[in-house]
Write a protein that binds this ligand. Structure first.
Ligand SMILES: *[C@@H]1O[C@H](CO)[C@@H](O)[C@H](O)[C@H]1NC(C)=O
Ligand SMILES: *[C@@H]1O[C@H](CO)[C@@H](O)[C@H](O)[C@H]1NC(C)=O
Length: 432
């Protein structure tokens, strides 16, 4: 996890220019050029002109030098020198500043973390890409994209539960993902609408080994008699159950309900960052000033405000200080509101309440792990989440060779646009 907050960013890792083919270079260059031109349109003034001119000069010199020694890789030389020049000019918006605005996380009681490593994740990716290519719902707009599908699959397979519960199924993509992870494990799916209802209009997934609480049998997760349902499914050890929430409900509410029922392994799909999203999330709850990267000031001339303003030009989900701060400089949740139920309900909360909420979460938390994005934006071409508020990706920018080797280059760009900090929690048993 990147720990620096509003401080110097790491120098960009682009050590692998030899790691791709010519196509990769053209692609990188193309996207890079697009970003420069986007930036050029947005930033006006003489400063920009000077930077552009000196860039141009550098490029000409570089190309000349490279073309004399190694004519073929002139393009590559142009690319990296231009990048470095741009970073040297300290312009915001490029891909390599993961975590530069801080990545708040929830503290666990004993500092325990997950068993899996980045190496395990890379291995998992290699296995998952061909599986993902067989997904029945190809265009899962408003549903999970690649990053979260992978995260759910990876974690379900690692945890190997005896039963999987999902709250919020939509067309059944996540049911399908769970099924790929655990071919023989029963699933319980709670969703207002049966996924089969979508079949009339297009692809959907209905699982044969799944109990559906949908349609007229729909029950909210918090209203289910879990003791009876667990007995019916022969589950006596609740630590063998995995619960997946993709239901856009206040995550504090869901956490309390899961705790009461005795579940211990929870995954939340949409773990929205502060100032965004339609429900109060764990990321929001743990955005506290005693956490690095947490807590915000609403001063419009602060470093944070300036950085946020610049980043907003490049990333759709980035929020500037005006969006972050509501009445009375309330920045927590979404402008001081605790949203719930797809934003159909929202309640103003005080900072004291918000603070208490995080202390409450910490009091029951054994593990908090945010899924990193699968790869850097120069590889995925995602334009939505702001890297400044995300943990380092599994595959860093510049590693196109690895990206391609894992089969990720075969997937369309749109599948990488859905990352919202999916999170895995392990919480206490009621007795511990
Ligand atoms: C349901 O599960 C059983 C037992 O694991 C398995 O034999 C059967 O093939 C599964 N059915 C489907 C349609 O996957
Ligand atoms: C959420 O609800 C509030 C209050 O009803 C409203 O002002 C706001 O625009 C809504 N936001 C979104 C994204 O729907």
């Amino acid at each position: 996890m990147q720990e620096s907050v509003l401080s110097a960013r790491r120098s960009p890792p682009f050590p692998e220019e030899e790691d791709g083919d010519d196509e990769s270079k053209t692609r990188k260059q193309a996207s890079f050029a697009a970003r420069i031109s986007k930036h050029a349109r947005l930033v006006s003034g003489s400063h920009c002109l000077v930077v552009s001119l000196s860039l141009l000069l550098l490029l000409v010199v570089a190309c000349f030098l490279f073309s004399r020694s190694r004519p073929v890789i002139c393009v590559s030389g142009y690319d990296s020198i231009a990048r470095n020049a741009l970073f040297g000019a300290n312009l915001e918006g490029l891909a390599t500043d993961f975590g530069s605005l801080g990545v708040p996380w929830c503290r666990s009681k004993h500092g325990k973390t997950v068993e899996w490593t980045t190496k395990d994740l890379v291995k998992g990716l290699e296995e998952f890409v061909p599986i993902y290519e067989t997904r029945p719902i190809k265009n899962n707009k408003f549903g999970m994209g690649f990053d979260h599908s992978f995260g759910l699959w990876f974690m379900a397979r690692w945890i190997k539960p005896d039963l999987m519960i999902e709250s919020g199924a939509f067309k059944g993509h996540s049911t399908w993902v769970l099924r790929q992870a655990m071919p023989e494990t029963w699933i319980i799916s709670l969703s207002p609408r049966h996924p089969g209802k979508y079949l009339k209009k297009g692809p959907a997934y209905v699982d044969a080994n799944c109990t559906y609480f949908t349609g007229k049998d729909f029950l909210d997760f918090g209203s289910v008699n879990w003791v009876s349902v667990m007995r019916k499914h022969g589950i006596s050890d609740l630590s063998r159950v995995l619960v997946f929430f993709d239901d856009h409900q206040n995550e504090l509410k869901r956490l309390k309900q899961a705790l009461k029922a005795g579940f211990q392994h929870l995954i939340f799909e949409d773990n929205y960052d502060t100032g965004t999203g339609d429900h109060y999330s764990l990321r929001q709850i743990c955005d506290q000033s005693y956490i690095r990267g947490g807590g915000h000031s609403c001063f419009r001339d602060s470093d944070e405000a300036r950085i946020r303003m610049k980043r907003k030009r490049f990333w759709e989900k980035a929020v500037d200080i005006d969006e972050l701060c509501g009445k009375g400089e309330a920045w927590w949740g979404v402008r001081g509101y605790m949203r719930d139920d797809f934003n159909h309900s929202n309640k103003a909360i005080s900072y004291a309440e918000h603070f208490q909420n995080s202390r409450f979460v910490e009091s029951m938390l054994d593990v908090y792990w945010e899924l990193p994005p699968v790869a850097g934006p120069s590889l995925t071409h995602q334009t939505r989440y702001d890297p400044a508020r995300a943990p380092d990706p599994i595959i860093e920018d510049g590693r196109y060779g690895l990206f391609q080797r894992l089969g990720l280059a075969r997937l369309g760009n749109s599948v990488f646009n859905g990352y919202t900090q999916m999170v895995y929690l392990q919480i206490s048993t009621p007795t511990s």
